[in-house]
Unconditional design. Structure first.
Ligand code: CMC
Length: 425
């Protein structure tokens, strides 16, 4: 049965079709609204706007549900490997055993980056944030692998991107440390290779710690997709113009960088360090958050979509305890984080606004325990989010009749006025 919503504007009634998703989400299709009524909708920051129909990820923010292609995030975090989740998001299904082997093999074979790309790294200052290096290097890949017209070329470029991004991320870290780049080894798995390229030095043997590997696997899976967030919508928007995979994903990396998005994991640790250096007086910072005179926000708290709990944060809080214990790490920042959470969750300010810890609140503590430096945290988020961005770029590109993204606006500036000669201004 076709359902409609009725809109009355200036005394004229217009019927708008209602779209219902597979999880019974309801959307009013306004794509013909302007043609029929002359009006547009105004929804700054898109809090009420579904920009597309998508079959990749489902979130129910009220019930704390997150599923990739129908699979619950907790099942994936507990049972899957990150490459399996990449396959799931990009191809829509978990790989069979032969498909998994083939996928892993291809990801391994494409890990090396073109030698000339090392020259780019030489031109950057040591102080460059690894996120700017990552976004530049991913964009630069399109200079080396420009073709993405046929499905086969696109598929190969996706493999290249997944395989090489971690090499580029590890090189960015090595650059900041002034250490030599470590090349990948084909007998290592995806995550082992990344950890080795990150932490090994030529002078010493390096053995991957299984606790670190397992924690990284979980973290990357938990970050792998989150439907229409700022960076993913950026990737779809850039892709809608026909921009290639690397250019579109590079734009996503830039969008992720900000403190309100992926940059929050770095900001959380910096905030916890500030609180620690201020005598661990976390109550003072709760009050600061609430003060009308301050724009201080509790980083790692709040979410546009989750209004009860963020299922990823629940998994990571538990994982933080397990990882720190297995690695024998004691971190006062974890205690401060837990105390902050306890006090905030009982405070009316946070209760009224439905503010809960998000995925970034505990991830930084785990990365610290793993030995990953703070300015690499957002890069880790980007590596995790890659398969989600790729899946959305592909979905957007393969949607029949998809048009370039081009929103409208409500103009509130000056109305027409006459030209004023220079001497008269
Ligand atoms: N600390 C204190 N107050 C907050 C916070 C916070 N972290 N987040 C929201 N609020 C308040 C905000 O001041 C506002 O209060 P009022 O109604 O009195 O003006 C109210 O809660 C609603 O906030 P909003 O800014 O309208 O919410 P939003 O949906 O636009 O923003 C958010 C969502 C995640 C950007 C925001 O909660 C925030 O800035 N959080 C801190 C940064 C952060 O942790 N970001 C990572 C998000 S999860 C990973 C990802 O997907 O990127």
């Amino acid at each position: 049965m076709t359902r409609h919503a009725k809109l009355e504007l200036n005394g004229t009634e217009t019927e708008l079709p209602v779209v219902v998703g597979t999880e019974a989400e309801v959307g009013i299709d306004i794509s013909k609204l302007r043609a029929r009524t002359g009006a547009v909708t105004l929804d700054p920051s898109f809090a009420n706007t579904a920009a597309c129909e998508s079959a990749i990820t489902y979130i129910d923010g009220e019930r704390g549900i997150l599923r990739y292609r129908g699979y619950d995030i907790a099942d994936l975090a507990n049972h899957a490997s990150f490459p399996e989740v990449c396959h799931l998001l990009i191809h829509g299904r978990l790989p069979t055993r032969p498909e998994r082997e083939e996928f892993r093999h291809r990801l391994t074979r494409h890990t090396l980056v073109h030698e000339d790309m090392k020259l780019f790294f030489e031109g950057l200052p040591h102080s460059a944030h690894p996120m700017v290096i990552l976004s530049s290097m991913i964009a630069a890949l399109s200079a080396y692998y420009p073709e993405d017209d046929t499905p086969e070329e696109i598929d190969l470029n996706i493999i290249r991107l997944l395989a090489k991004a971690k090499t580029l991320a590890a090189f960015a870290y090595k650059k900041s440390k002034g250490q030599p780049f470590i090349y990948p080894k084909n007998d290592l798995s995806y995550l082992q290779n990344f950890l080795r390229m990150l932490f090994a030095i030529p002078a010493e043997p390096y053995v991957v710690n299984p606790v670190v590997q397992s924690a990284l696997n979980k973290l990357l899976i938990l970050h792998a997709d989150h439907e229409q967030n700022c960076s993913t919508t950026t990737v779809r928007t850039v892709g809608s113009s026909g921009a290639n995979l690397y250019a579109s994903i590079s734009a996503g990396v830039s969008a992720l960088w900000g403190r309100l998005h992926g940059g929050a994991n770095q900001a959380v640790i910096e905030m916890l360090e500030t609180i620690r250096d201020d005598g661990a007086n976390y109550r003072k910072y709760i009050e600061l958050t609430k003060s009308k005179d301050s724009d201080f926000r509790l980083m790692g708290f709040g979410h546009r979509v989750y209004k009860n709990f963020d299922p990823r944060a629940l998994i990571l809080k538990k994982a933080a305890d397990e990882v720190l214990e297995s690695l024998g790490v004691e971190d006062p920042l974890l205690d401060i984080a837990k105390q902050l959470e306890e006090v905030a969750l009982a405070d009316d300010y946070f209760i009224e606004r439905k503010l809960y810890p998000n995925v970034d609140f505990y991830s930084g503590v785990i990365y610290r325990a793993m030995g990953i430096p703070t300015d690499m945290f957002t890069v880790m988020f980007a590596l995790g989010r890659l398969p989600g961005w790729i899946a959305h770029w592909l979905e957007q590109r393969n949607t029949p009749g998809a048009r370039i993204v081009r929103p409208r606006q409500i103009y509130v500036g000056e109305t027409a006025r006459p030209w004023v000669e220079l001497d008269d201004r």
